[in-house]
Design a protein around this ligand. Structure first.
Ligand code: AMP
Length: 222
């Protein structure tokens, strides 16, 4: 199964992707996490992409294709949940082409959506654990002890790009670059939209019902 999760920054994609990947035993492929890892390793790719991440701009497609295509080949036997990839039409088309070479296709493309004021509020209160990657929110999902991860007690960190100015830039890019993918996935008949208001569990239930229906109809047709 190949599932895409896209939506504006702060909509809860990363959290839902972690929950869904563990529920359906899928590999979560987050292009943002892969890029941040390259930056923290100070690798050749990391040095190339650092400025884009800091400003909230999209990293050039050829760098993304290289990273993702390698992951697709290495993990062709796994079910994959794409988190934050593809981010524009060229990436969506390239993904379809790369999957076709492996005799695969996208099964469902979920777009999560939320009111813009809520998004900004969520992002300004977002923190993550630099060790395990768990995402917290001081408003909607606070850690038990202020400022530290519930699981490994690491000090929580704010992402460099979670500042008001960069958030606005990322939202603008979402509108112009990423949302046009909707009609592409509508044409492929795999597009589903999900309102991301509500608790993590409520949103997970909404998405899971769609995945379960899909799996049931697929097993009937086999
Ligand atoms: P995210 O963690 O998904 O919010 O991504 C953080 C940043 O990484 C974005 O603002 C972009 O600069 C970069 N990025 C992540 N995924 C992609 C992608 N598929 N294409 C281009 N840039 C990306």
């Amino acid at each position: 199964m190949r599932i895409i999760l896209f939506g504006p920054p702060g909509v809860g994609k990363g959290t839902q992707a972690q929950l869904l990947a563990s529920k359906y035993n899928m590999l979560r492929l987050s292009s943002g996490d892969l890029l941040r890892e390259e930056v923290s390793l100070n690798s050749q790719v990391g040095r190339k992409v650092e400025q884009y991440l800091r400003k909230g701009h999209l990293v050039p497609d050829d760098i993304i294709f290289e990273i993702v295509d390698n992951m697709l080949i290495e993990n062709q036997d796994n079910d994959i949940l794409f988190d934050g990839f593809p981010r524009n039409l060229a990436q969506a088309r390239n993904l379809e082409k790369s999957l076709a070479q492996l005799d695969q296709t996208v099964d469902i493309a979920f777009e999560m959506y939320l009111d813009e004021n809520e998004i900004i509020k969520r992002l300004m209160n977002r923190r993550y654990c630099p060790k395990c990657g768990r995402i917290y929110n001081y408003v909607t999902n606070p850690p038990t002890n202020d400022g530290v991860c519930d699981f490994d007690k690491q000090k929580l960190t704010k992402r460099d790009d979670d500042t008001e100015e960069v958030i606005k830039q990322r939202l603008k890019i979402y509108e112009t670059e990423t949302r046009p993918m909707i009609s592409y996935y509508e044409t492929l008949n795999v597009y589903r939209e999900v309102h991301a208001q509500g608790t993590q569990e409520e949103v997970l239930t909404t998405i899971s019902e769609i995945v379960d229906d899909y799996l049931t109809s697929k097993s009937r047709s086999n």
